[in-house]
Design a protein around this ligand. Structure first.
Ligand SMILES: Cc1ncc(COP(=O)(O)O)c(C=O)c1O
Length: 464
C-alpha cells in the first residue's frame, strides 16, 4: 500500500539521509518510524509494539522511559543549561561525574575527559596517545594496532581503527599508522582441533610478530573492545587478554579498552575489562554512560598518560583539544543520575542473574536450529550466527542478505533485531530486561527464524 503523501514515511524519504542505510533501497522501502518507548519496548507510528532486542544501538540500558532522568535534565536546564570546560572553567555536574567515574574505574585512573560519542572518544584517545608520546620524547612511537572486525566508530581516525570493509570502502580509509591483527573468534579463526588457549597463544604471537616487524619504537597502542560488538559479538578465547597484555607490556605499548558497549554492566561486571582481567591505560565509554538519554562519552586516563599530557601542555601553553560540548552540563547531569540509578537498583547484580538466563534461552531455542551455526554471548550480550553448513561453519552467500531478511521478519513478530556481518543476529537488550521479557524476546525471534527457514526451503536454498 502506498503511504499517504504527507505521511512520516514519505517525508522521511524526501528529506532524511540515514546512517548505515542503502539509500536506494530506502527510497523504495521507507523507514520504520518509532514514536514512543516504554520499558524494553518501543512503538511505531501505527501503534505496533516491539521488544527492543538491541536496546536501540546497544545503548538504552535503562530502557525507553525514565521520569527521573527526564527530571534531571529539566532541572539542570533550568539551573545552568550550558557551560563549557575550556580554559579551566568548570561546573558541578562535570566535577561530580568525573569523581564517580574515577571511583568506579577498574584500575587506578587519574582524569576524565568528555566528548559526545564513542567515535569522538576513540579519536581523542588516539590524539592523547600521539601527544603523550611526543611529550615523552618518543616521536616515532605512533602506530596503533586494532583488530579485523573491530568496531571503534566512524570518524576518520576511529573509522580507521574499525576493521570492517563497509566502513573503509569508498571512504579511502584506513589512514596510515593504523594496523589490524586477526579477530579473536575461535569459531571461524581456530585451526581444526585447536583449543581456545592454543588459539589465544597464536594470536599473541601474531601480535608480537607485527610489533617486531614494525619496530617496537614505532608502535604506540593497542585498541580492543573486551567483547567485540558490532563486528559480530565475538567472545575472546580463554587466556586471550592475559597473553595479549603480556606482549604489550614487553614492548611498552598502551592498552585502550573501548568500553563503549561493554561498560556499565553489559558483561556482568561494571566494566568488560573486569570480566577479562584487562588493565587499560585508557578507557573510552559512551552509550550506557547516560543510558543514552543524551549524547555523552568519556575518556578515562591513567596517571602516566595524564603526566605526559600535562608536560606537553606546559611546554606549548595549552592542550589544544576540546569540544564545545565536552562535559555538557545537561548531559553530565543525566549521566550522573544514570550512575546513581545503576547503584541503587544494583544493575550489575541484576545482569548477573538475568544474563545467564538469556544465554540459556538462546542456547535452548537456537543451538540445534538447522540454520544456526553458533550461539554465543556473555552477560546481556549475545548472538546467533546463521550458516549454510553447520559442519564447516561456512556462511551463506552474503548477497542473500539473510540477516536483513530475519530482521524484517522479526519486525513482523514484534521484535527489533540487529543483523551484523556473516548473518549474525545480535542481542543486547536494555540491561533492566526481566526474565519473562527475555523469554518473549527469544520466542518472537524464534518464530521469525522459523518463518525464514520455511521461506528458504520454498526458494530451494539449502536448509538441511
Ligand atoms: C565498541 C564501540 N566503540 C565505538 C563506537 C562508536 O560510537 P558512536 O556511534 O557513539 O560514535 C561504537 C558504536 O556502536 C561501539 O560499539
Amino acid at each position: 500500500m502506498t503511504p499517504p503523501r504527507n505521511s512520516n514515511a514519505i517525508r522521511d524519504i524526501a528529506n532524511v539521509l540515514h546512517p548505515y542505510t542503502d539509500h536506494r533501497a530506502h527510497a523504495k522501502n521507507g523507514p520504520l518510524v518509532i514514536t514512543r518507548g516504554e520499558g524494553v519496548r518501543v512503538f511505531d507510528d501505527q501503534g505496533k509494539e516491539y521488544i527492543e532486542a538491541v536496546a536501540g544501538l546497544w545503548c538504552a540500558s535503562l530502557g525507553f522511559d525514565s521520569k527521573r532522568l527526564a527530571e534531571a535534565a529539566y532541572q539542570q536546564m533550568l539551573k545552568l543549561p550550558f557551560y563549557h570546560a575550556f580554559t579551566a572553567k568548570s561546573h558541578e555536574p562535570l566535577i561530580d561525574l568525573s569523581e564517580m567515574l574515577i571511583e568506579r574505574s577498574p584500575c587506578p585512573m587519574s582524569k576524565v575527559f568528555y566528548a559526545n560519542s564513542g567515535s569522538e572518544a576513540n579519536d581523542t584517545a588516539i590524539k592523547m596517545i600521539w601527544y603523550a608520546n611526543n611529550a615523552m620524547g618518543r616521536p616515532n612511537k605512533k602506530k596503533i594496532i586494532s583488530r579485523l572486525k573491530a568496531y571503534h566508530g566512524i570518524t576518520i581516525a576511529s573509522g580507521s581503527l574499525t576493521g570492517l570493509p563497509a566502513n573503509h570502502k569508498m571512504f579511502d580509509l584506513p589512514i596510515d599508522r593504523i594496523l589490524h591483527v586477526s579477530t579473536p573468534h575461535h569459531y571461524h579463526g581456530a585451526a581444526p582441533g585447536e583449543s581456545e588457549e592454543a588459539f589465544a597463544t597464536r594470536l599473541a604471537e601474531e601480535l608480537e610478530a607485527v610489533i617486531l616487524r614494525e619496530g617496537p619504537d614505532t608502535v604506540a597502542a593497542f585498541f580492543a573492545e573486551p567483547v567485540m560488538g558490532a563486528g559480530g559479538v565475538m567472545i575472546p578465547p580463554a587466556t586471550y587478554f592475559e597473553k595479549i597484555q603480556a606482549v604489550l607490556r614487553k614492548y611498552d605499548v598502551m592498552f585502550v579498552a573501548d568500553e563503549v558497549i561493554c561498560g556499565f554492566g553489559r558483561t556482568g561486571n561494571y566494566w568488560g575489562s573486569q570480566t577479562y582481567g584487562i588493565t587499560p591505560d585508557i578507557i573510552t565509554c559512551a552509550k550506557a554512560l547516560s543510558a543514552s538519554f543524551l549524547p555523552i562519552s568519556a575518556i578515562i586516563i591513567n596517571d602516566r598518560v595524564f603526566q605526559a599530557l600535562a608536560d606537553g601542555s606546559q611546554t606549548i601553553g595549552t592542550w589544544g583539544h576540546g569540544f564545545t560540548y565536552s562535559g555538557h552540563p545537561v548531559a553530565a547531569a543525566v549521566a550522573l543520575e544514570t550512575l546513581k540509578i545503576y547503584d541503587e537498583i544494583d544493575l550489575v547484580g541484576h545482569v548477573r542473574k538475568t544474563g545467564p538466563h538469556m544465554q540459556k534461552k538462546l542456547q535452548e531455542r537456537f543451538a540445534d536450529h538447522p540454520l544456526v551455526g553458533e550461539v554465543r554471548g556473555i552477560g546481556m550480550v549475545g548472538a546467533i550466527e546463521l550458516v549454510a553448513d553447520k559442519a564447516t561453519h561456512k556462511n551463506f552467500d552474503p548477497s542473500l542478505k539473510l540477516g536483513a531478511r530475519l530482521t524484517k521478519l522479526g519486525e513482523a513478530e514484534g521484535v527489533i533485531l540487529r543483523g551484523l556481518a556473516n548473518d549474525t543476529i545480535a542481542f543486547s537488550p536494555p540491561l533492566i530486561m526481566t526474565e519473562s521479557e527475555i523469554d518473549a524476546m527469544v520466542d518472537r525471534t524464534g518464530r521469525a527464524l522459523d518463518a525464514l527457514t520455511v521461506q528458504l526451503r520454498r526458494e530451494s536454498i539449502a536448509v538441511v
